[in-house]
Design a protein. Sequence first.
Length: 542
Amino acid sequence: MNDPEMLDALVLGGGFGGLHMLHELRKNGFKALALEAGSDVGGAWYWNRYPGARCDVESLVYSYSFSPEVDAEWKWSERYSAQPEIRAYLRFVSERLDLRKDIRFNSRLVKAVFDDAGDFWTFETENGDTYRARWFISSAGPISAPIWPDIPNRESYKGRLYHSALWPRDKEPDFTGLRVAVIGTGSSGTQLIPLVAEQAEHLSVMVRTPGLYMPARNRPLTTDDYERWETRRDDVRQRMRSFEIVGSGDIFMEEELIQIRNRPGADFTPEERREILDRRYAYGGATVPRAFTDVATNKEVNDQISDYIRDQVGRIVKDPKTAAILTPSEIAYGQKRVTVGTDYYETFNRDNVEAIDVKATPIEGFTEKGLMIGGKEYAFDAIICASGFDALTGALTVIDIRGKDGQAIKDVWADNSDTYLGLGVAGFPNLLMIGGPGSPSVLVNVIVANEFQVEWISRLLDHAREQGITRIEAEPAAQEKWAETVSEVIKGTVLEGSKSWYVGANVPGKAQGILAYAGGLANYIRECNDVADAGYPGFRLE
Ligand code: N01
């Protein structure tokens, strides 16, 4: 068999990061292709098509800023767009920028091997296609490797079994007249539960660690909204990069509240803070609790915010027993991602919906008919697992990626998920990552973080081309130092007590430790730009 043609770069993933990277590479004259496992673009928004799947970051800023054409021609219909609209947006972008001809769809990467002598990567897909490229740029998605709940005997269940992130693509499931169970009350569960409840005859929600939930207050975007947006767009985006405005939105928030967010809660009395929280709660969405700069470090402020959100459960859920099951008593704000939705708590006031406390009585196993809980079998026609993802590392460790000396990335990341700036990994030359572990990605507006990383990588590759550099590798010492920084920045913050996917706690056997850089986007951008300006110390360029 002939060797495949040598590409300058191969991009993994056809989601937000991958499409932008491909565009940037082509614009700069690199010969590049993207591989995408799905049959279309979309990434997370291709796979996650469960009922109610919707962005919890305001769409006006959950969209690209790099292309004036795209920005001018696309109009979002709602404050928080639903999955089909986000997917349609990415399809529009891929057509508008003529990217599709350089994307290989239905091409799941299963193997990537670095050639030490030639400084390039070879790639193999599930269907046997092979590629070669100097640079391997992964935009495989920080939250894209689904995991099933760690509950025995799943294969014995004979009913209809779904995972929120592996939702059927051919025919939309209909739950009318069925007894349904949902396992998981994270972002995915919170969004799908109200819609499944409307169809199902009976819905049992398995609640283990209830999280802090905020109403989205979603609504259609009006012409007035757009007019206002046009005047503020550049300012908002600029302030978002400097982390002055929180990544999820604040777009239409009163300027006074935005300014307060840049001050510590300690500046205010508890009564004043309460009034600010009321105003933010009325605004809605994930940014609400980030009312002050010290939410992660000042226990009094954090307690007040966490209590404020907790108190909403009892105000809405009528049955006290159900309210108690749903009350996030174990979680402080910031330890687990706030979930954002519509009518989530209200759904538990329906006659056909019950919450089952599977913390007190864990699910023992699947059975042929349903689930065994506390020695009692519950029969279900359908079970939906909204059980989450092997975040940040999982999308790469499922692929057989071999760096120098044949070492596998899954082995290298068995004890930690260390990277240099979240962009490179020692021992894996010419591999660069968008949304990788050790970058801010999931802790900020991921689109803004992606755009910065794409530009940074692009600048690096331009530099390499100009200088005749064919090999770029993170140095172990620089990686170790960055890993220390990533661990250091959470010291004294609520993240230290996190037991969520932020630290790998949801995957049995996974190395535990903060997976993303929590020092804020502005600091991250500064660090990375300083490295680029200084000629890339910490990377060995050959
Ligand atoms: O997954 P999760 P997700 N028995 O890991 C439960 C992004 N996202 O798909 O907490 C019982 O948050 C588990 O319980 P526990 C967003 O960043 C964004 O919902 O481990 N329960 C938990 O309740 C989000 O944070 C959007 O005790 C079991 C749930 O499953 C991230 O993706 C939409 C169990 C998993 O929650 C992940 O969200 C969707 C068991 N054995 C996702 N095993 C938007 O933009 C697991 N669970 C809106």
